[in-house]
Design a protein. Structure first.
Length: 453
């Protein structure tokens, strides 16, 4: 038996099967990549740093599950994850996002993730501190005995104040004071606020623009809110105060460097087609050369400190309709040794997508309508018809994969969604006839379906 902790590759694939239909080769590749991370963590120190992640290049049309596989993998690994689009980056020297921003985004995501986890350990202390602040506002002077020499002008006598405070505390916890209005400054930005915009070169230097803007802010002014809202704002503020920011940053940096995942979408759009030449191609090749050192392993400066990218897992994806993987610069190709081709989806896969995954689209609409007490029932023949329609429209127009199902279903239940508040208690049966009545006219008019579906 293996002594490694975590899920086995088969278990990872089974977990992905709950949300993604088909694409077994891609699931297998990411499962092995995740398991190799667990194996690397168990290696001796002298060899651990020598084992680099095997980055993955996913090739396939839009809407077949490339992004969803990467996102679900990150959730299974409880790892920091960001999705970026290669087309949003510009070569160094041009105005726009530089490629290092993907690492800064990943680090920021990791810090937020770690802080959220740390908040669970200080919830009770933050709740008590927020209660005390609210009670101070409701019963002034009750938080401590009055200073020596206090006169009759003291707001509340200490014994009576403490008694009133405890009475109100019980009412506060019972929710009886939720509609009371009090003044708080928590959650309020300082005034006046001067917006500081990042320009070319500023982002690369790793400045925290929010902190820079704070230099120009004045004291915060209180505002009146209900006690229920004040408690939310104060608890969040107290949690932030109780969290050790330095520890959170260190934990986040380690998590990014050891288990971070960056998904680079539309990488085919920056590939230089051998049949083209000219200005735009030069820029695209420049972006590839800027991405290369980050994928190879380099140190990136962020507002949280330096981050080593040597063991971040990079998953790139693209349709490669107008280009091919070999159009990428050779050095970048070599940094994505694992290549998997994802299959196009047809009517059979659409039927499974509509019903099988835990987040199946039909179930989503049923749950949405259930909030209005409307029971929406999809019959099997309706599922078959919907899948056939989506596949047919994809074949006639642009093939956008499973995303076509969102459009088809939204049009199908549009009338039900609109009238649901007046139809509480009804059961609505969606069968093949219902589907045809709602969608047939659009499907038959090919010019109209090009714009609607």
């Amino acid at each position: 038996m293996s002594k490694l902790d975590g899920m086995t590759p088969k278990e990872i694939v089974q977990a992905l099967d709950h949300y993604i239909v088909g694409q077994e080769a891609a699931k297998k590749a990411v499962a092995i990549a995740l398991r190799n991370r667990q194996r690397r963590a168990a290696l001796p120190d002298d060899i651990r740093d020598e084992v680099a992640p095997k980055n993955i290049l996913m090739i396939g049309p839009t809407g077949v599950g490339k992004t969803e596989i990467a996102r679900r993998l990150a959730k299974l690994a409880k790892a920091p994850f960001v999705k970026v689009e290669a087309t949003k980056f510009t070569e160094v020297g041009y105005v726009g996002r530089d490629v290092e921003s993907m690492v800064r985004d990943l680090m920021a995501k990791a810090v937020a993730m770690v802080k959220d986890e740390m908040r669970s350990g200080v919830e009770e202390a933050a709740r008590n501190a927020a209660e005390d602040i609210i009670l101070d506002a409701l019963v002034p002077g009750s938080q401590a005995p009055p200073p020596q020499g206090a006169t009759a002008n003291t707001p509340v006598e200490p014994d009576r104040g403490q008694h009133a405070r405890e009475v109100l505390r019980k009412k506060l916890r019972a929710g009886e004071l939720d509609d009371r209005m009090i003044e708080v400054t928590a959650g309020m930005p300082k005034k006046p606020h001067i917006e500081v915009m990042a320009g070319p070169g500023i982002e690369q230097m790793g400045f925290d623009m929010g902190q820079l803007g704070a230099l120009f802010q004045g004291p915060r002014k209180p505002r009146k809110v209900k006690v229920s809202r004040a408690r939310e704002l104060l608890e969040a503020e107290q949690q932030d105060k109780l969290i050790d920011g330095e520890s959170a940053t260190e934990m986040a940096r380690e998590r990014v460097q050891e288990s971070g995942i960056i998904f680079i979408d539309e990488i085919d759009k920056i590939a230089v087609n051998s049949g083209r030449s000219g200005g735009p191609d030069v820029s695209r090749e420049g972006v590839q050369r800027d991405i290369l050192p980050i994928v190879e392993g380099s140190t990136v400066n962020t507002k949280f400190g330096m981050v080593d990218t040597s063991h971040i897992l990079f998953i790139a994806a693209g349709a490669f309709n107008l280009s091919k993987p070999s159009d990428l610069i050779p050095e970048l190709q070599g940094r994505f040794p694992l290549r998997v081709e994802l299959e196009s989806l047809g009517a059979a896969e659409f039927r499974k997508i509509l019903t099988s995954p835990r987040n199946a689209l039909t179930r989503q609409y049923q749950e949405l309508m259930a909030t209005e007490e409307v029971n929406l029932v999809f019959e099997d023949e309706a599922i078959i018809r919907l899948a056939d329609i989506a596949a047919e429209v994809n074949s006639r127009t642009e093939n956008i994969g499973a995303r076509r199902l969102h459009t088809v279903l939204e049009l199908l239940v549009e009338e039900v969604s609109f009238t649901a508040p007046e139809r509480a208690g009804e059961q609505i049966i969606v069968n093949a006839q219902y589907v045809n009545e709602r969608l047939e006219s659009v499907i038959e008019d090919r010019d109209l379906s090009r714009y609607i579906l």
